[in-house]
Design a protein around this ligand. Structure first.
Ligand code: PEP
Ligand code: MG
Length: 894
């Protein structure tokens, strides 16, 4: 299947019955190893590896991920040919252990667990104690000489199996267990006697029969096939799908199934079970971190019914197994050269390892661990760079919601711009400004935003829209400002008339408080506590390492001095895109912009433009000054003019009064600007073809600002950029006009400065005729937002409504407005670069669409030889790290 974005290739793509698909592991004979994650899943591969390096791992086998694909191809059934191989492997386990599966005297019990290539903690299913029935339970009671343990294992098995395999609501059985404890006045499960457990088992089985209409299976093999199938099925549960979507794990990968002989942490007070991290996953501190429970099985630790003990106390309670655990965790960490997340069981004072994997960690911990491991000479700087997920740095750059806080979720939209903010809701940009002035924190709620909302967006803590995608105006602008934004939140129903929105049965009115989590897209009722970001030494150290390595430059998209300063503070090497239209919305200038738009004659238009000129000059001067010799790419006006004018009668009448214009005539004029498809209409360079004075004014303002800088002895590199070019002819004409305007200023002011005139490549025609366009351009900057929109014929503002279905159904691997469609849009980018450089060998080429801040896209841009990426200021550190990774990965491939 060809999916958009980069499809990660399957290790085995064929659908024929695989030659080998069951991999045995036991002390001294592991058929797999850690490099076989694609086939064995992470858990299976590491179980094999742990066995191979001599660690105590209960014997078992892994059914490969290919079988998951076959399982779904056969309509959710285990293919018949799988069974003999599984039985064969099970017999090998029996021989190792000296017990038989289903044996009524000394039964072998197994666990059945999931394990995908990428770890998906807690997202899929597990069954423990499999192989117990009314006969084998007696055998287990005798062989273990511990009837209580046998019956406890049996009741646990029924609880798990009926839930995971038979689809019964497990809480019903849990309630029965709790009721029994309450009746007996006891607190812990461990206080239940053998007789109690026997009674529970009987009750549980009756309940299963009643609720499911099926009797609980007594045949251990039926239990085994049921469990294996259930684990494969759990690959496609809603929570697994959500997790996969969130982490870009392709649906076709599938999970492996691990069948392993049981070891028991519930055999008494000399037994225990636990989970641990070799370092603190939240802070990165180099300290063994974990929990355990005496006389328990794994799910007790996770379920939180009994409070687990901190691992530090295990040393006193079980000194010998603790000592082994210490040796093993250190061995695992230096073997895998990364922080490990381990699961273990102690059975009668003997330690068994059930899992090891690279532990999930916060960004803060990731940095700390990477830096410490460099100092410990465990990894190199380059390995450290490759290890940290650039996107995770986002967590460090914005205030975030306190993970410990209580929350009531109202709705979920697109995580358009990260951060955690709360405030009172308002529905108009004017209210946002007014409330902010009164000292309130507000969240601007809109159906969608338009450029005229900008002042309200600036005033708001965060923005919530019910429509629009990840590159909608709200999202782009919010990211640019580092402002939290949840966009395309279809769960909310906004009513401007009543100034309310509905969500999950709540009706929220103006002034009510909500909280947004821009990193997850969640919207919460009321105020949720946030925590401020702190950038520490490890962050700067990582950035310095990344800067040493990366080939591409990183610039920022910035339109205001504040954004420009943030960009510099985050290490941007220039401005790659200044969207000048954002400068038109200030209260002091919007009316002049409107006068320019409605002008009917050239002199009228020029008069309005003369008012704007000094303001624009000052804007550009400030940006040049902050960028202090780094290049500043200023894009001339892009959006269609109707975006700048008011649309309601009341607003039009007010404007008419203010600018002393006839209201009816003004209304007519505004109506005449209406376009059915403005994104493909009179915008970008097309505005300048019909109204050359706009670009001429902007070029003059740039040149005058530059001249002032030169006079003050300051360094600058101005780059004037013309948007939405489709033909070389357009650019030829507009470039000549721009140069004329700049040279005129140079002559008037008697100063010379170097400057470039380049273009955006954001239409397919421009990309495929880039050799022609390059003749007229000093540089190219790919506008991949518009290039995606026009190549796919997908509206960047409207498609979020259905793009989710495209991603969940695997048509697109990722939202193409977030991560570049490498096969389609990417090919146009590569073509444009190559053709452009055919004409001009050293043509400077960058990208300034939102993809410039997306790590996967940045890797693509590295590979097609762009000179720089430009992204919103708050993504600059992410882009610096992603560019470094891309350089390293490319070197590795070579
Ligand atoms: C683009 O199209 O990629 C771009 C950067 O321009 P804008 O988002 O302003 O259309
Ligand atoms: Mg564009």
């Amino acid at each position: 299947m060809e999916t958009l974005t980069n499809t990660k290739s399957n290790e085995k793509a064929t659908m024929a019955q695989p030659e080998k698909f069951v991999y045995f592991f036991a002390a001294g004979e592991a058929e797999g190893n850690a490099s076989m994650k694609n086939t064995l899943g992470g858990k299976g591969a590491n179980l094999a590896e742990m066995t191979a390096i001599g660690l105590p791992v209960p014997p078992g086998f892994t059914i490969s991920t290919d079988i998951c694909t076959h399982f779904y191809k056969e309509g959710g059934r285990l293919p018949e040919w799988v069974r003999p191989k599984v039985i064969e492997a099970l017999q090998k386990v029996e021989n190792k252990i000296g017990k038989k599966f289903g044996d009524i005297k000394n039964p072998l019990l197994v666990s059945v667990r999931s394990g995908a290539r990428a770890s998906m903690p807690g997202m899929m299913d597990t069954i423990l104690n499999l192989g117990l029935n009314d006969q084998t339970v007696e055998g287990l009671a005798q062989s273990s000489n511990n009837p209580r343990f046998a019956w406890d294992s049996y009741r646990r098995f029924i609880q798990m199996y009926s839930d995971v395999v038979m689809g019964m609501n497990s809480s019903l059985l849990e309630v029965t267990l709790e009721d029994m404890k309450a009746d007996k006045g006891i607190h812990n499960d461990t206080d239940l006697t053998t007789d109690d457990l026997k009674k529970l088992v009987k009750k549980f089985k009756d309940m299963v029969q009643q609720m499911t209409g099926q009797s609980f299976p007594n045949d251990p093999f039926e239990q085994l096939w049921g469990s294996i199938s259930a684990v494969f099925r759990s690959w496609n549960t809603p929570r697994a799908i959500t997790y996969r979507d969130l982490h870009g794990i392709p649906a076709e990968w599938g999970t492996a199934v691990n069948v392993q002989s049981m070891v028991f942490g519930n055999l008494g007070d000399d037994s225990a079970t636990g989970v641990a991290f070799t370092r603190n996953p939240s802070t990165g501190e180099r300290k063994f971190y974990g929990e355990y429970l005496i006389n328990a099985q794994g799910e007790d630790v996770v379920a939180g019914i009994r409070t687990p003990q901190p691992i530090s106390t295990l040393q006193e309670v079980m000194p010998a197994p603790y000592k082994d655990l210490e040796t093993i965790y250190q061995k695992l960490e230096s073997y895998f050269k990364d922080m490990q997340d381990i699961e273990f069981t102690i059975e009668k004072n003997k330690l068994w390892m059930l899992q090891t994997r690279n532990g999930k960690r916060t960004a803060k911990a990731a940095l700390q661990i990477a830096c410490d491991m460099i100092d410990e000479k465990m990894i190199t700087e380059e390995e450290a760079i490759l290890r940290i997920d650039p996107a995770s740095l986002d967590q460090l750059l914005h205030p975030t919601l306190d993970p410990k806080a209580q929350k009531v979720e109202l709705a979920k939209g697109l995580p358009a711009s990260p951060g955690g903010v709360c405030g009172q809701i308002v529905f108009t940009p004017e209210d946002a400004v007014e409330m902010k002035e009164k000292g309130h924190k507000v969240i601007l709620v809109r159906v969608e935003t338009s450029p005229e909302d900008i002042a309200g967006m600036v005033a708001a803590q965060g923005i919530l829209t019910s429509r629009g995608g990840m590159t909608s105006h709200a999202a782009v602008v919010a990211r640019g400002m580092g402002k939290c934004c949840v966009a395309g939140c279809a769960d909310i129903e906004v009513n401007y008339n009543t100034e309310t929105f509905k969500a999950k049965g709540y009706i929220l009115k103006k002034g009510d408080v909500i909280t947004l989590d821009g990193s997850t897209g969640e919207v919460f009722l009321g105020e949720v506590k946030t925590i401020e970001p702190k950038l520490d030494g490890t962050f700067n150290r990582l950035m310095t390492m990344a800067d040493k390595v990366r080939r591409m430059n990183v610039r920022a998209n910035a339109d205001t001095p504040k954004d420009a300063q943030t960009a510099r503070d985050f290490g941007a090497q220039g401005i790659g895109l200044c969207r000048t239209e954002h400068m038109f919305f200030g209260a002091d200038r919007i009316d002049a912009v409107r006068e320019m738009i409605i002008a009917e004659t050239r002199p009228e238009r020029e008069k309005a433009l003369t008012k704007l000129l000094p303001m624009q000059r000052e804007d550009f001067y400030q940006l040049f000054k902050i960028m202090d010799g780094y290049p500043v790419t200023i894009r001339l006006l892009d959006p269609p003019l109707h975006e700048f004018v008011p649309h309601t009668d009341a607003e039009i009448n007010e404007l008419a009064k203010r600018i002393n214009y006839d209201a009816a005539r003004l209304k007519n004029k505004i109506q005449s600007l209406h376009e059915f498809n403005p994104m493909l209409g009179h915008r970008g360079c097309r505005l300048a073809v019909t109204f050359p004075e706009i670009y001429q004014m902007q070029s003059r303002a740039i040149a005058e600002a530059a001249a002032q800088m030169v006079k003050e002895g300051k360094k600058l590199v101005p780059e004037i950029m013309i948007p939405l070019i489709a033909t070389a002819k357009e650019l030829e004409m507009l470039r000549a006009q721009t140069i004329e305007a700049v040279e005129k200023v140079q002559k008037e002011k008697g100063v010379k400065f170097d400057y470039l005139v380049g273009t955006m490549i954001e239409l397919p025609r421009a990309a495929v005729t880039a050799h022609e366009i390059a003749k007229q351009a000093d540089f190219f900057s790919f506008g991949t937002n518009d290039l995606t929109q026009t190549t796919l014929g997908l509206s960047r503002d409207d498609s979020s409504r259905f793009l989710g279905s495209y991603v969940s159904q695997g048509i697109f691997a990722k939202d193409p407005f977030v991560s570049i469609d490498q096969v389609g849009v990417g090919t146009l980018v590569k073509t444009g670069v190559d053709l452009g450089r055919q004409t001009k060998g050293n043509l400077k080429v960058g990208v300034c669409g939102e993809h410039g801040g997306d790590p996967d896209s940045i890797e693509f841009f590295e590979n097609v030889n762009l000179d720089y990426v430009s992204c919103s200021p708050f993504r600059v550190p992410i882009a610096r790290l992603a560019a470094a990774r891309a350089t390293l990965l490319r070197k590795k491939k070579k």
